[in-house]
Design a protein around this ligand. Sequence first.
Ligand code: GLU
Length: 448
Amino acid sequence: MSIDMKKYVEQIEKKFPEQSEFIQSVDDVLSSLGPVLERHPEWVKDKIVERLLEPEHMVSFRVVWEDDNGEPQVNIGYRCQFNGALGPYKGGLRFAPNVYPGLIKGLAFEQIFKNALTGLPIGGGKGGSDFNPNGKSDKEVMRFCQAFMAEANKHIGANIDVPAGDQGVGGREIGYLFGQYRKITGRYEAGVLTGKGVETGGLAGRAEATGYGIVFFIQNMLKANGDSIEGKTAVISGFGNVAWGTAQKLEQVGAKLIAFSGPDGYILDESGITGEKVEYMLELRASGKDICSPYADKFPEAKFFPGEKPWGVKADLYIPCATQNDVHLEHAKQIVANGCKYYCEGANLPTTPDALEYLQKNGVIVGPAKAANAGGVACSAIEMSQNAQLTVFSKEDVFERLEGIMKHIHDSSAEAAEEYGFGYDLVAGANIAGFIRVAKAMQAQGWV
Ligand code: GLU
């Protein structure tokens, strides 16, 4: 029996033509699943794919907050609880002006498989708001978070749905959200949010976890190809939390980071982005301006290229850590022309489908985001278990577990790809390994 996976994608495209990120994510995941469904006719009969494509719940709500001039401001809040077969819905909140239902659904759909790959008991969800945090005062951010939680609290809980950070939502925002949740409910339910500060039940090392996990994943990917990360030159995009953690770990494992970027252009620093230069990324982010050019004023050995992306810089390893649709076909062509062998996604959905196809067709080994950046959410699940046990785990314990989890994600993705005839294709393997875990849980739970 040969299964037409395209028909599912076409149905989604027809139903939600404007939801491009959701369509992209569905297309990516389903394109690897034909051989799996051929071996599991019972999943076809039970309509596992049809059920998987429909979120269990999706809410949107009005968020009204007061700005510093005493004026009311209105935004939209979202929470998509896509699939809870493996555990409480789990995924970040994104505050950015381009947030709309198609982006939240696309990211939530990715999150289902990412969370499944960690091997931990977490379902998939995502949320956020079209609130733009750039240029807002600290008190405005606080009032926005309080107004957001005044609605969101009705939908979340340690055993229901556990939001965390994502773009525009870091430790500060999670702190404000948690304070408001505690005030509204009157309960110190630490496990309702992850990414908290350590003083509020947060996990030591959670801030670094996503970036560290990406580099652990790359080490496994290189090892499987008889290579090592030591001495490799690397280019990343972005300068947020993920980029910062990745840069720190690259230095620790002896790779040389030479470029990073912001929406205003990219920084080239051939002397190597290490030590205080990596920490300076945090200052750039905290400035709320969303620009990276001040790096070149502070460190004169660096050069700033306004309005350009960093993908033309020659390196051994490329790691997009900024945002979705960051690498287009023209960039994939530059990356291939640079003679690169390894490309690993740090951000969610950073590569357009045609760019991904071009990279893979030209022999570049690709680490997909849902596998490579799963260390962040894996550590969130560890934070949930820390809170449930009323205990505190050490940073050393966390990083040791993280390293093991990233190896498990790499190896299970590689094995699934091999088993279903895709060779060493981690993109297909991650989709298959994640899907099989979710499908088994859905089948076990009957027609719900
Ligand atoms: N926002 C992160 C992600 O994309 C983390 C989610 C979480 O920790 O729940 O995976």
